[in-house]
Design a protein around this ligand. Structure first.
Ligand code: FES
Length: 120
């Protein structure tokens, strides 16, 4: 039987928590490019989030949008709201946003991009 094993490619995006907070102030968004992939990095009172910087509706850059108190990112084009906790659009009008892992480690802040590998 084939099982899917989730693996991540980890990218160090900031050298420290202080640098992350300075580069991405509370309630702000910033586009990062990791191996050619545009990622929207967000800072909310809950913490940091990362997701593909492509709106699932019509592809606009989510990092040009805003955040709210529900840990949602609001696309600036048609104002669809995506939860950065589970990727869902608040009114189920389109596909989920693609979320990525964020880890705060002693040596910095990392974003993990999922890679799926089939194993037997
Ligand atoms: S392109 Fe983002 S809501 Fe339409």
């Amino acid at each position: 039987m084939e099982q899917k094993q989730v693996r991540y490619t980890w990218h160090k995006v900031f050298d420290s928590l202080a640098e992350a907070r300075e580069q991405v102030p509370l309630r702000k968004l910033k586009q990062l490019v990791l191996d050619g992939r545009a990622v929207c990095f967000a800072h909310t009172p809950t913490g940091f989030f990362a997701l593909d910087d492509v709106c699932p509706h019509l592809g606009y850059s989510l990092s040009k949008g805003t955040t709210n108190y529900l840990d949602e990112v609001i696309c600036p084009w048609h104002s669809y709201r995506f939860s950065m906790r589970d990727g869902r659009e608040c009114e189920f009008r389109t596909r989920k946003a693609v979320l990525h892992q964020v880890e705060l480690r002693e040596d910095g802040v990392f974003v993990g991009i999922e890679q799926t590998a089939a194993t037997t």
